[in-house]
Write a new protein. Structure first.
Length: 102
């Protein structure tokens, strides 16, 4: 493994460790409170599954069928867009309620 690859590996390992720790906290909150924030954050993180599926097939087969990639990445996109739309809605509700950003 080259130095560049090692640096990338270490950086991603650290980032994914933090992601997992935070995700577990969100899952805990989701199961305890069923808050909308935790639900949308859970879905946003779950979107990684589509990316992982595409990477896994590509690494194993050295190619990927475009329809499969589109299906899995569209899954990812829907979850991310859902979370973005939710937070835009929250922001608008706060602006309407308070007449400003909060």
């Amino acid at each position: 493994m080259s130095n560049e690859e090692m640096n990338t590996y270490i950086s991603m390992r650290n980032d994914f460790h933090d992601l997992i720790v935070n995700y577990l906290e969100v899952i805990k909150e989701y199961h305890e409170t069923h808050s909308r924030d935790s639900a949308f954050l859970k879905d946003a993180v779950d979107s990684i599954l589509g990316i992982q599926a595409v990477l896994e097939v590509y690494v194993e087969d050295k190619e990927i069928h475009p329809e499969y990639a589109i299906e899995k990445l569209s899954f990812t996109k829907r979850y991310i867009e859902g979370a973005i739309d939710y937070y835009k809605s929250v922001l608008e509700q706060r602006k309407d309620k308070n007449g400003k950003d909060k």
